[in-house]
Design a protein around this ligand. Structure first.
Ligand code: UN1
Length: 512
């Protein structure tokens, strides 16, 4: 082990062995195919692992199920205390965990730290929630009766996560699941197993010192799509929460639906920003820039379409191009870098192909070229692209997971909203305007059709307090804040008769 990432892993307490499967503190190598993980920063080899197989999955789920039977009996505020301690441990390891995120996912340090902060924030949220898993009391139509709702723990939850948020999305799911009384089986992206190993290690340390946590409260399975499909098909996982591409989500949803399980899907976006004639242009450039080139365009909330009023389009484009010209692109670990690498060479090729297709469909491409100098050798670095399009052609309707910003013009706001909603995805959206009527129209039933709709804030970088997710091909799931916790619990409706009579509902008489 020579790579600097291993020093960081050691500080988190991870022992030097090629584990791909973990049930709480029991780590073991998988018995499946080897997996070599390379850094997007410079192509250096980070680790070699053997992936989990079907029998590894069965063993892990069996242990997780047994752990659930114990964990569900621990009072929710005590489960919250466990999550509070996890939050403390994450604060302690924030910089180290962020460094692993940078090495494995290629994020700039600021965004990697932000991702770990997002984990800490969801811990805080979940701690509060652990005393607020409220059910309703409902008026009964029968005398001497009481109706109420209780929220009960659901079972072991399968979490499938993507490379672009390799730690935060797991935390959104796991922290809620833990306070809800569930256990978690996690299959991270095979591009970012060390991020997952570090998180599992942190959970283990906290669990080790917490008397009520059963062995198997948190498990990890490193492997590819096959492992994900095995989780999706498994009857002992009542909920599968999956984040990633639309084809992945479709495959998972079909498998889960076949066994009538529950799936929570957070899939692709094709997020747009409408810029009206009254918008603050300086603010528009800043928020569009962060949303479009942040994480090198690899967030599912990344800004992909800019729909601009024709009267200000030239001015806005000129300012945007000026900002793009100055972008510091390069090693994400260097201070001052704003744009790091794409995750791999295949992402770079997909981006270049999309730019060629956009050109064929009438687009004018600015920037977008691969970078060959002043970058670490072995990484896939690009200059983010701005593409002026005559309209929303086929390529604009697709999500290309790379920094491409398509710019279209509009004359009437109604047309802009129509264009906005014309794509198959429905995750996040924004309007930049100083006109209250335009803002309210965008947020109204005839406005944005997305799960997230913002005013004078770009589509990416959501806070954890709100429910996160979207409609249409984005999959319909909601994770993180608000009442998203309800997906991780079983609702029980209870009727209690405290009288000596037995009146039936709906006034039915049924006496001998
Ligand atoms: C994702 O891209 O999968 O809103 C999650 C954001 C982040 C989370 C994105 N808080 O951009």
């Amino acid at each position: 082990m020579t790579h600097p990432i291993h020093e960081v892993l050691k500080r988190i307490g991870f022992a030097d062995h090629p584990a791909a499967v973990a049930v709480s503190n029991t780590w073991q190598a998988g018995s499946g195919e080897p997996l070599t993980v390379v850094s997007p920063i410079d192509g250096s080899t980070l680790v070699s692992l053997r992936q989990a197989t079907r029998s590894d999955v069965d063993l892990v789920i069996e242990t997780s199920k047994n752990a659930f039977h114990q964990w569900r009996e621990v009072p929710a505020p005590r489960r919250g205390e466990f999550v509070r301690l996890l939050g403390e441990a994450l604060r302690k390891h924030k910089a180290d965990l962020a460094a692993i995120v940078s090495w494995e996912a290629g994020k700039i340090t600021q965004e990697a730290l932000g991702e770990v902060q997002e984990m800490i924030d969801i811990c805080d949220f979940a701690v509060g929630l652990s005393r607020q898993l409220y059910g309703k009391t409902i008026a009964s139509e029968r005398p001497g009766h009481r109706l109420m709702e209780q929220w009960q723990p659901l079972g072991p939850v399968g979490v499938i996560s993507a490379f672009n948020f390799p730690v935060a999305v797991w935390a959104w799911n796991a922290m809620l699941a833990f306070v809800c009384g569930d256990t978690v089986v996690w299959k991270p992206s095979e591009k970012t197993p060390l991020c997952a190993i570090a998180c599992q290690q942190i959970v283990n340390q906290v669990a080790h010192n917490f008397p009520e946590t059963p062995d198997g409260i948190s498990s990890l399975l490193i492997g590819g799509a096959e492992v994900g499909q095995t989780l999706a098909a498994h009857p002992d996982l009542p909920l599968i929460s999956a984040t990633g591409s639309i084809p992945m989500g479709r495959a998972v949803a079909e498998t889960v639906a076949r066994r009538l399980g529950r799936s929570l899907l957070e899939l692709g976006g094709n997020n747009a920003m409408i810029v009206t004639e009254s918008a603050d242009l300086e603010m528009t450039v800043r928020s569009a820039l962060f949303s479009a080139v942040g994480t090198c365009g690899q967030r599912c909330t990344s800004l992909r379409r800019l729909i601009v009023h024709e009267s200000i389009a030239d001015k806005l484009l000129a300012s945007l191009k000026k900002a793009y010209e100055k972008l510091p692109i390069g090693n994400p670990l260097d201070e001052g870098t704003l744009v790091g690498p794409l995750v791999d060479q295949s992402a770079l090729e997909t981006m270049q192909q999309a730019l060629r297709t956009a050109e064929e469909q009438g687009g004018t491409v600015h920037f977008g070229n691969p970078l060959l100098s002043d970058i670490p050798a072995g990484g896939s670095y690009v200059h983010p692209a701005i593409v002026e399009m005559p309209g929303q052609t086929e390529i604009v309707m697709q999500e290309t997971f790379a920094p491409i910003l398509y710019v279209m013009r509009y004359e009437h706001l109604e047309t802009a909203i129509q264009m906005h909603n014309a794509v198959p995805q429905g995750l996040s959206s924004a309007i930049m305007t100083n006109d209250i009527r335009q803002a309210e129209l965008f947020l109204s039933p005839v406005g944005s059709d997305c799960g997230i709709a913002n005013v004078n804030v770009g589509p990416s970088g959501a806070e954890i307090g709100g429910a996160f997710g979207g409609e249409k091909e984005t999959g319909g799931g909601r994770e993180s804040g608000s009442d998203a916790w309800k997906a991780y619990m079983r609702r029980a409706t209870n009727t209690i008769n405290y009288s000596t009579e037995l009146p039936l509902a709906q006034g039915i008489k049924f006496d001998l």
